[in-house]
Design a protein around this ligand. Structure first.
Ligand code: F6P
Length: 547
């Protein structure tokens, strides 16, 4: 069954929401709280170790009902079923979308073209486990008989961002292996990494779903050449492994067939950390932690599949995002984790969210007439409070924000943790309440300023508040809770794509840049700059003169 192809603006709910927003626009969150003592309970979800409070949003019960009506009119429930059943919902590439199958349990059955893929998923997981245990345990050795000390992940996009973010976020759980990531085609990146490495004790994991990506192949080639300066060709088999769907190309690159971990077309690059693309995660955290990550994601999958929409975390978050994006005309969303460990989380989500839903043609092939994908950005708190929070508090733009926090500190430093969490809570309260002119006046007169000074400075100190936030509070950062959190955003992406009537699982937009870069590279090599516009020709000449 194909996905429904309903233009959301033609639904009854959409029209009602357009009218409804006019009522809500002028209502302050403070009034909403004052008029409903149960608001926080009504607009929050307690699920396992997650507490998701979405009451600090500019919504009423009616908003929630209308958004749920919208979900039903675009047949969200049927779309979720189609996805989990392995139907070909990535129609533009004629593929199923089954990253959920990678974290399914062994007794589940998921069919692709009539074949249950779960046994094959578990066969590869078995290989990841054995390989991890042998590398971490020092059983598998390099060419000279020494155990590995370092692992280098060579990949880009989904073959880099997911593993890099997870390894960094879960560094508390890491083993002794040093982990490095090489992604950018900028030669300074690869050279900075290899200058710290001893090839004798380093394992290289080349990750590329297609094995055609310029960046990854260039970096892998440079690293192989550097490695071969120290060792003979047959040492490659002991130091290089690859993860790919393109087995022929990997073999042509010179990697032993036994060193190839397969993945499948029905796993999208940006959703692939749950496949063998996560090999570096398993190597650096140990297989058990990798399994816990998958288990967390599986639990979120169950929640997403089974929980009625009114209490369904990814569905509610997606609907709120649609509410702001399409009815309040908000253009971006901030992701603010109050955990330094989640330093790379927003960067990781940028690919997932913006590559998936950055589309302007709908599932009927027509140009959309409404806004789709949101711009995602963010940095951990409290650092971000001292960077861009000013604009969220007092700027002219509406920026809904997700505040993500963990109740327990991993190192158990309670003094710091209390301060961190005070900031986490204070910011959402401040964004909601703001500070009125009267409050500012009182504060200034209490501080002993003269009347003249007060009236001069007061307007600048007023905060309107009414800024929406979600609080996603989790008991503790563990492999399992991180797995849940990532899967939560994956499902949010899916729901938004369904509502916007777009295909979320292709990325043709990225291809144009790739093609142009190839032809310009040829022009640089051939020293031929005339077939471009004058701006591009001048830029090429500047490069030629100065490189
Ligand atoms: O950025 C485009 C993209 O195709 C991503 O979707 C993908 O994650 C990345 O390039 C890397 O692709 P590959 O794993 O095939 O090297």
């Amino acid at each position: 069954m194909a996905l429904p192809k309903i233009n959301p603006t033609t639904t009854k709910a959409w029209k009602k929401l357009q009218e409804h927003v006019r009522k809500i626009e002028d209502v302050h969150l403070k009034e909403l709280f004052a008029s409903d003592s149960k608001r926080a309970d009504n607009f929050s979800i307690n699920w396992q170790d997650f507490y998701v409070d979405y009451s600090k949003n500019r919504i009423t019960n009616e908003t929630k009902e209308l958004l749920l009506e919208l979900a039903s009119e675009v047949h969200l429930e049927e779309a979720i079923k189609s996805c989990f059943l392995g139907e070909v919902i990535n129609e533009t590439e004629q593929r199923a979308v089954l990253h959920t199958a990678l974290r399914a349990s062994i007794n589940d059955k998921v069919y692709v073209e009539g074949e249950n893929v779960i046994p094959e998923v578990f066969r590869v997981k078995g290989r990841i486990k054995d390989f991890t245990n042998e590398v971490v345990g020092g059983i598998l050795k390099g060419h000279t008989g020494k155990s590995f000390t370092d692992v280098v992940n060579i990949g880009i996009g989904g073959s880099d961002l997911g593993p890099a973010m997870v390894v960094d976020s879960l560094q508390f759980y890491k083993n002794h292996l040093n982990t490095h990531f090489v992604s950018n085609v900028d030669g300074d990146h690869v050279n900075e990494v290899i200058k710290k490495l001893n090839p004798e004790t380093t394992l290289f994991v080349i990750v590329s779903k297609t094995f055609t990506t310029q960046e990854t192949l260039s970096n892998a080639t440079t690293i192989r050449e550097w490695f071969l300066e120290s060792f003979p060709d047959d040492a490659i088999a002991k130091h290089f492994v690859a993860v790919s769907t393109n087995i022929d190309k990997v073999k042509a690159f010179g990697i032993d067939e036994n060193n190839i971990f397969p993945m499948w077309d029905w796993v999208g690059g940006r959703f692939s950390l749950w496949s063998a693309v996560g090999l570096t995660i398993s190597l650096s955290l140990g297989y058990d932690n990798y399994e816990q990550l998958l288990l967390g994601a599986h639990k979120m999958d169950q929640h997403f599949k089974e929980e009625p929409f009114e209490n369904n975390i990814p569905v509610q978050l997606a609907l709120l995002s649609v509410w702001y994006n399409n009815f309040f005309k908000a253009e971006s969303e901030a992701i603010i984790p109050y955990s330094q460990y989640l330093n790379q989380f927003a960067t990781y989500l940028q690919q997932g969210i913006m590559e998936s839903n950055g589309k302007s043609v709908d599932r009927n092939g027509d140009q959309v007439t409404y806004q789709t994908g949101t711009i995602i950005w963010g940095e951990p708190g409290t650092n971000s409070q001292h960077a861009f929070f000013q604009l969220i508090h007092q700027g002219t733009k509406l920026i809904p924000a997700d505040f993500i926090g963990f109740a327990k500190s991993l190192h158990g430093n309670q003094e710091h943790q209390d301060k961190l969490i005070s900031n986490f809570i204070a910011q959402t309260e401040a964004l909601m309440n703001g500070k009125t002119y009267d409050e500012v006046l009182k504060e200034l007169s209490d501080s002993g300023l003269s009347q003249e000074e007060i009236s001069k400075i007061a307007p600048f100190k007023v905060f309107n508040g009414n800024k929406p936030t979600n609080t996603i509070f989790i008991e503790k950062l563990t492999p399992e809770s991180l797995g849940k959190l990532i899967a939560m955003y994956e499902h949010k992406i899916f729901v938004q794509g369904i509502i916007w009537n777009i295909f979320s699982f292709d990325q043709f937009g990225v291809e144009l840049g790739k093609q142009l870069a190839k032809s310009i590279l040829q022009d640089i090599k051939n020293n031929r700059f005339t077939n471009h516009d004058t701006s591009t020709t001048n830029i090429l000449n500047f490069y030629k003169k100065n490189s």
